[in-house]
Design a protein around this ligand. Structure first.
Ligand SMILES: C[S@@+](CC[C@H](N)C(=O)[O-])C[C@H]1O[C@@H](n2cnc3c(N)ncnc32)[C@H](O)[C@@H]1O
Length: 193
């Protein structure tokens, strides 16, 4: 492999396969936590949240379906069969935590009404389009208690511009709301004042 390819592969591994991620290592503390993951896919990060944090309830939000506005989906997942397989894998992986998880098989903005107020954290990793990330933050930030944390994956757009939407939506939210944005590759998070 050329140097560039080696570096890109290493960074991709860091981005996707190294657990625990900075969000759970550095962003969230406390006991008996109630939180949400938006975008669960195979459940790898949900498993990390459940094993690293002291969680009472983790709401797992994912429609496991392709939809018209979800532009990155065809290149990422190809067809609904691949998402069906991911769903089955996630349900199997997370089954040992059955007492701590609550599945919501809906799109994030439709799922928000099923999430209680005053939660401890939200991790945003669904549709990475700028408008979708903005909508996720707008729908879920009000659910987070003061001192709780909203964050997510893929604050990262150097060698591939794939996640410009995350960087733009999150940065704009932080500046407009005068809150401190913390970033540790590949995660971002904001503690609600
Ligand atoms: C990058 S994967 C999530 C990976 C997972 N967070 C992890 O790190 O293990 C993105 C997932 O988001 C889901 N998704 C897409 N649009 C969504 C939406 N509007 N609300 C919730 N989940 C969504 C997809 O079905 C897919 O499973």
């Amino acid at each position: 492999m050329t140097d560039d390819k080696v570096i890109v592969t290493m960074l991709s591994d860091l981005k996707h396969r190294v657990f625990p991620r900075p969000f759970e290592r550095l962003g969230v503390t406390g006991r008996g936590l109630v939180g949400v993951e938006i975008g669960v896919h195979k459940g790898e990060h949900a498993e990390s949240l459940l094993s690293y944090l002291d969680i009472k309830t983790l709401y797992l939000v994912d429609p496991y379906a392709l939809y018209a506005e979800y532009e990155e989906s065809r290149s990422h997942y190809g067809d609904d069969d691949s998402l069906d397989l991911a769903k089955a894998e996630a349900m199997g992986r997370l089954a040992p935590n059955a007492g701590k998880i609550s599945w919501v098989f809906k799109r994030s903005v439709d799922a928000a009404t099923e999430i209680p107020d005053g939660i401890d954290f939200v991790y945003v990793d669904g549709d990475h389009e700028e408008s979708s990330v903005r909508a996720d933050i707008a729908s879920f930030y009000p659910k987070v208690r003061s001192g709780g944390v909203i964050g997510g994956h893929d604050f990262y757009n150097g060698f591939t511009r794939q996640h410009d939407g995350v960087v733009r939506a999150v940065s704009q939210f932080a500046v407009r709301n005068d809150v401190t944005l913390q970033v540790e590759l590949p995660d971002w998070w904001i503690q609600k004042p």
